[in-house]
Write a protein that binds this ligand. Structure first.
Ligand code: BYC
Length: 307
């Protein structure tokens, strides 16, 4: 098999499986993107996990617990799917902890009020579904299958978030203000989830040629805008975007200019919570060392008995 035959398989819509031949660069790009995605899920548990002990009712606590648990599960599927490309879990975690692997920049912002939990579910999970629905058609089998399962759960997360924001928006004046302020904090980060504009996206051409991405960053961002603006209007919430307008010609809701300098600053480590997030992951990893050791010892014993 060579590059041309591989591309013919992609062209024919075939699924690429772990034992199939693949260009080294395809493998590398998938490891980068899938591991980043896995890291985003487990780092993304932190801003919300912060509210589990302070959820305003038992019903809200159960809903949030289940969402955060789902995110841990998504991390697990995605790490396992990435391992099918010949990289170990230890290497992936090491890259997160030493800063050489990225995770979604928006998880470096804080969640100062309960309303942030609603805004994250509605806007961040809402953006993630748009992005991940596209990935359910990705050319790499294990990633595609993980995405199909994850999207079902993300849908419930988005609905739960929208319901939290709706309840607050229809509550007292203080509650309505809390909802609006949380949306003010999460609207712009949600728009950056899709990555830089197409003209600045260095990986898109390659990922699209190989059927990993089926839509561009800007196309997905536009799809998200068209879904979310009517939802905001329905509950009387405003987006903090003076440039937001309806384009009569195309029938699209257009956002104003995104502050990419801010995005790059946060990505480079200067967001309000970068240090806390990595510190929390590092101590979780250290605290879990005994579990890994016990599991390895158990497996060694099992093999010894089977031999
Ligand atoms: N944050 O060439 P580009 C979730 C980087 S979490 C940080 O367009 P690509 C959830 C990008 O990596 C779900 N970095 O890249 C969890 C690249 O740098 P490198 C998160 C970003 O790969 C808990 C550079 O910018 N979803 O749902 O073509 C609670 C240039 O970008 C970001 C995924 O991870 C960003 N936002 O496209 C709630 C989906 N954007 O790596 C919810 C899977 C870009 O070359 N990933 N960069 O050094 C993807 O779909 C694509 O990788 C991206 C970027 C759209 C993110």
């Amino acid at each position: 098999m060579d590059d041309t035959q591989f591309e013919a398989r992609i062209e024919a819509g075939e699924s690429i499986e772990p034992k199939d031949w693949m260009p080294e660069r395809y493998r590398k790009q998938l490891i980068r993107m899938m591991s980043q995605h896995a890291h985003s899920e487990v780092v993304g548990m932190l801003p919300e996990g912060n509210w589990i002990t302070r959820a305003p009712s038992l019903r809200r606590k159960i809903g949030l617990l289940s969402k955060v648990q789902d995110e841990g599960g998504h991390g697990l599927y995605l790490y396992a799917a990435t391992e099918t490309l010949g990289v170990s879990r230890d290497e992936l975690i090491e890259a997160l902890l030493d800063g050489s692997a990225k995770y979604s920049a928006m998880f470096n912002y804080p969640t100062p009020s309960w309303a942030d939990i609603g805004a994250i579910g509605w806007l961040i999970d809402g953006a993630a579904i748009v992005n991940q629905t596209m990935l359910t058609d990705c050319s790499y089998g294990p990633y595609k299958r993980a995405m199909i399962r994850i999207c079902k759960e993300e849908n419930a997360h988005q609905r739960q978030g929208y319901e939290i924001v709706t309840t607050l928006a229809r509550g007292t004046e203080t509650q309505r203000r809390m909802a609006q302020e949380a949306v003010d904090r999460w609207y712009w980060p949600a728009l950056t989830l899709f990555g830089p504009h197409d003209a600045d996206s260095k990986n898109s051409d390659e990922l699209t040629r190989w059927g990993i991405k089926r839509k561009s960053n800007d196309e997905l961002r536009q799809w998200f805008m068209n879904r979310v603006v009517p939802q905001a209007k329905a509950i009387g919430i405003e987006f903090p975007d003076p440039g937001l307008h309806y384009d009569e010609t195309s029938g699209d809701w257009r956002h104003g200019p995104i502050d990419w300098d801010e995005f790059r600053r946060v990505l480079a480590g200067s967001g309000p919570c970068n240090r806390d997030r990595i510190e929390a992951r590092r101590s979780a990893h250290e605290d879990g060392a005994w579990v890994r050791e016990a599991a390895a010892a158990y497996e060694a014993k099992r093999r010894e008995r089977a031999a």
